[in-house]
Write a protein that binds this ligand. Structure first.
Ligand code: ADP
Ligand code: MG
Length: 246
């Protein structure tokens, strides 16, 4: 299948701290890549480099044929093509759910309000939140707000979606409703890079799992290989820390 995202020899440091070390990765259209690794290993920085939120010291990120370069004018176009959802949903508190979702497509993409609202309503319905369209963020639970944040990313029609620990701040009973939405996106063939600590979910959703440590890919494989037959001692130890959970 067609390659959509390619990372060649990406390195990044903050002052004297090396965070990403000559990292290379290639993602095919429709592929779901899950990235796991200990806290501070560079997962968020990696995703942020992919959509130009961080600049890169060395290497390159290619989206299709186009180079992602934070210093260039095409940066806003890159952000449209690569959507990102974070742990904190960052909805505008004084705007309704519908307004939160339709703001960027109307302002940035200059699309017609009626058409955007129609699409927003379909997407809200899909994630089970149509009844909340005129509510304000404070009237929603964390899980509901995170589903709105996903819709807000989807309505920009991104070619790649980056999800950075999107359930990490949620109460356990809300994790499921958000992960179910992500699973349904995977099933419809969306290209996604997902950082998560939910290992059962990772196993269910991933085409490929990557273990990142000290800014390097230490091990990668299919979910079966990765979780059932880890090769490196480091990954074995990492996975053990999750075996007492829940
Ligand atoms: P992860 O998401 O895997 O927990 P991060 O990518 O957030 O890791 O961070 C990797 C390392 O880079 C950490 O040591 C973190 O403290 C450091 N770091 C992240 N962002 C910055 C920043 N803006 N300035 C300085 N150091 C940073
Ligand atoms: Mg992080």
């Amino acid at each position: 299948m067609e390659e959509i995202l390619k990372v060649n020899g990406l390195s990044k440091q903050f002052d004297d701290l090396p965070v990403l070390d000559n990292l290379s990765l290639s993602v095919k259209k429709g592929e779901v890549v899950v990235i796991v690794g200990p806290s501070g290993c560079g997962k968020s920085t990696f995703l942020r480099c992919l959509n130009g939120l961080e600049d890169i010291d060395e290497g390159e990120v290619l989206l299709g044929e186009e180079k992602v370069n934070p210093n260039k004018k095409n940066l806003s176009r890159t952000r449209e093509r690569i959507g990102m959802v974070f742990q904190s949903y960052d909805l505008f508190p004084h705007k309704t759910i519908l307004q939160n979702i339709t703001l960027a497509p109307i302002k940035v993409k200059k699309r017609k309000k009626a058409e955007v609202e129609e699409e927003a309503i379909k997407l809200l319905d899909r994630v089970g939140l149509l009844s909340k369209k005129d509510s304000y963020p404070r009237q929603l639970s964390g899980g509901q707000k995170q589903r709105v944040a996903i819709v807000r990313a989807l309505i920009m029609h991104p070619e790649v979606l980056l999800l950075d620990e999107i359930t990490a701040a949620l109460d356990p009973e809300m994790v499921r409703e958000v992960l179910d939405v992500v699973l349904s996106l995977a099933k419809e063939g969306r290209t996604m890079l997902i950082v998560t600590h939910e290992m059962a979910f990772a196993k269910a959703v991933a085409d490929r799992v990557i273990f990142l440590e000290n800014g390097k890919i230490v091990e990668e494989g299919s979910p079966e290989e990765f979780f059932d037959n880890p090769q490196t001692d480091r990954l074995k130890r990492f996975l053990k820390t999750f075996s007492y959970e829940k």
